[in-house]
Structure formats: C-alpha cells, structure tokens
Design a protein around this ligand. Structure first.
Ligand code: ZN
Length: 264
C-alpha cells in the first residue's frame, strides 16, 4: 500500500470537526443526549426507516435541498443501528453534492485507514457518537477490550468504532490491529511510531494467533504476549508486551489491543 492511499490525519480531523460542530450546534453535552434520529432530521430533513436495504447495512437516499431517507437494516443491536445512522449522516454532511442513493455494506464499517469515503464516514460517525469532549476523560485506567465494551455500552455504539476513538484519546501507549483471518488489515500504531508493529501475518505465538490455531479462546483480558510476535526488532528478545484480542463474529474480524505496560 502506498503512502498516499492512507487517510491522512488532516482529513480525519476535518471529518471529526464536522461531527463536533453538529453536536455543539444542538447543545448536546452528554452521551444520553446524542439522539441520532433527531440530529438526522435537524441537519438534513432525513427521516430514519427500518428495512428496505436488501442485504446492506444502511442506505441514504436524499437530495441536499429536500432531505430524504436513511434506511437501516433491522437489528436488535442498538449500538450498530446508531452507528449506521451516524455513518449515513456522515455521507450526507461530507459527501453529498447532488441527489444521492448509496448503500453501506457491513465490510464498510471495517474500513478505517484507507483514504475512502467509507473511512471518512466512519470517523464522522465515531466522533458524532463519542465526541472527544465526552470520551477523553473516560479513557482512563488499564487498557482492555472490557473497558472498550463498557464505553461502547455507555455511548450506545459499536465496539469497533469505540476502539478507534479510544486509540486516539487514550494517553496509554496502545496500538490497535484489525485482522481478517491471519491478515492484518487496518492498524493504528503506537503513538510516536515506536515500537513499530510488524505488519503482515498474525504470529502464531500471539494470543490472536493461538485463537486462530484453535489453541485458545479470546484472551478475555490483557495477557502477556511475546514482543517479537507483534513488533519489529525483537526477534531475539524474550521481552513481553500486553495483548487483548477478541473475535467479532459479526464482522468476521479479530480486534487486538496492544499495550506497552512497562519500558521495553
Ligand atoms: Zn458508507
């Protein structure tokens, strides 16, 4: 992948600023007050309807002048429903230049690092549902998937989106990897670029690798993992870092949170 195909930090910031501007405009100060259906209506005369997406997760049919409809797949999962609506508001705000009819597939929600409109809509949606001014102060304590789960529950959104927000707003040295089978797909590096992630295949000695091999279940918490399994330059080291990996059946992806809990 060439450098230019990554979504750059400036564009990510623009997408987030557009989301925050909406929340500020409507004086939204708490997670409970983030009502995406009301925001959709106020911002673009977009009404939300369930169904009519034929296999997709969401669909936006609208014009800039007259508004339109956001359709969402029927689901009992409130977090996913809210994220889908927020994602479609993102397309309306960021990408609508004329009449639009676009669908969003499940795999689009796993796109976070390539320079695509899907990744942009995901960043917009994540910030709309978990804005920095609410979530930063909650990103404290020992990093873990369990912490991400509790944040996702409080903000009523998806674990995947929460993980990307957490990576940005936590002060802990954490990295995030999204993998499909053994292929590492998206990642957010350790801040400052060090230590460097060994991008490519999931290593068999990592917790994620042991799960893929059927030797272990989800780690369930932060567990020690060999540094060489995840990092460049540690091939002859016996040092450990910490890892928490969970398989998300809905997306058929494994999400891994890495944490350097002591100096390497
Ligand atoms: Zn989309």
């Amino acid at each position: 992948m060439t450098r230019s195909t990554f979504l750059n930090d400036l564009r990510i910031a623009e997408c987030r600023t557009a989301a925050t501007a909406l929340l500020r405009k409507y004086y939204i100060e708490t997670p409970e007050a983030i009502d995406v259906e009301t925001i959709a209506w106020l911002r673009g005369k977009l009404s939300v309807k369930t169904g009519g997406v034929s296999g997709a997760e969401g669909r936006l049919v609208a014009t800039p002048e007259h508004g339109g409809v956001i359709r969402v797949a029927p689901t009992s999962n409130q977090g996913r429903r809210r994220f889908t609506i927020a994602h479609e508001i993102g397309h309306f705000v960021l990408h609508q230049r004329s009449a639009i009819d676009r669908t969003t597939l499940r795999k689009d929600f796993t796109v976070w690092t390539t320079a695509t409109e899907e990744a942009e809509a995901n960043y917009f949606a994540a910030e709309l549902l978990m804005p920095e001014y609410m979530i930063r102060k909650r990103c404290v304590g020992i990093p873990s998937i369990q912490l991400l789960d509790s944040l996702a529950a409080e903000f009523r959104t998806s674990l995947l989106a929460t993980a990307f927000q957490y990576w940005d707003y936590s002060k802990e040295p954490v990295a995030l990897i999204l993998s499909e089978g053994h292929d590492m797909q998206s990642f957010r590096p350790f801040k400052g670029g060090w230590p460097r992630i060994r991008f490519g295949e999931i290593h068999e000695h990592s917790a994620a690798g042991e799960r893929l091999a059927g030797k272990a279940a989800d780690s369930g918490k932060m567990v020690p993992t060999p540094a060489y399994a995840w990092l460049e330059g540690y091939d002859r080291s016996d040092k450990d870092i910490m890892e928490d990996s969970v398989y998300l059946e809905y997306y058929d992806r494994t999400i891994t949170l890495l944490w350097v809990d002591k100096p390497l």
